[in-house]
Design a protein around this ligand. Structure first.
Ligand SMILES: C[S@@+](CC[C@H](N)C(=O)[O-])C[C@H]1O[C@@H](n2cnc3c(N)ncnc32)[C@H](O)[C@@H]1O
Length: 163
């Protein structure tokens, strides 16, 4: 099987931004605060158009049970929480109280705190707390990439801000 990657050219990126859902005021404030208060780490945040895609994906699969590994200041989790079905939950794992304290404020402001269950600690350990039977509709792994098992395939990242 061959691996084909569509590069995110400037033209394609401009199209995605022009035709996608722009971030609302809460997301814009979160992006601005992250860039201002955590300049050395802000590039880890997903791009606004990636956040919009995560919301869409969550809605498309009718997700109720979502897991996120790597929450940072909360943009991707906020996006997925907004796409959940009624009663759905995003379980978030991160090792940083500092980063996720920002996330908590924005989840509260966006009215999605009750849809997010944040667990602090190394995800590889804390994931064991989840039920062992298959129950996840969507998982977003965005942390500790050097710890991923090797796949034997090479891949190249499209330009973007996600780490
Ligand atoms: C690329 S950022 C996540 C960005 C986030 N998805 C967003 O949209 O803003 C990676 C995050 O993973 C966290 N992290 C690093 N190693 C981790 C581990 N072993 N378990 C859980 N979280 C980890 C870091 O604290 C950091 O907040």
């Amino acid at each position: 099987m061959t691996v084909k990657t569509l590069p995110m050219t400037d033209e394609l990126h401009a199209y995605v931004v022009a035709h996608g859902t722009p971030p609302d005021e809460i997301m814009r404030d979160l992006i601005e605060e992250t860039e201002r208060s955590l300049p050395a780490s802000a590039q880890m945040q997903v791009a606004p158009e990636q956040a919009a895609f995560l919301s869409l994906l969550t809605k498309l699969v009718g997700a109720r049970h979502v897991v996120e590994i790597g929450t940072f200041t909360g943009l991707s989790s906020l996006a997925m929480a907004r796409g959940l079905v009624e009663g759905g939950k995003v379980v978030c794992f991160d090792i940083s109280d500092e980063f996720t304290s920002v996330a908590r404020r924005y989840w509260e402001r966006a009215g999605v705190s009750d849809r997010i269950d944040l667990r602090i600690g190394p995800a590889a350990e804390r994931l064991r707390e989840l039920p062992t039977e298959a129950h996840l509709d969507l998982s977003f792994i965005d942390a500790d990439k050097t710890g991923y098992p090797p796949t034997g395939r090479s891949s190249s990242r499209a330009p973007g801000r996600a780490g």
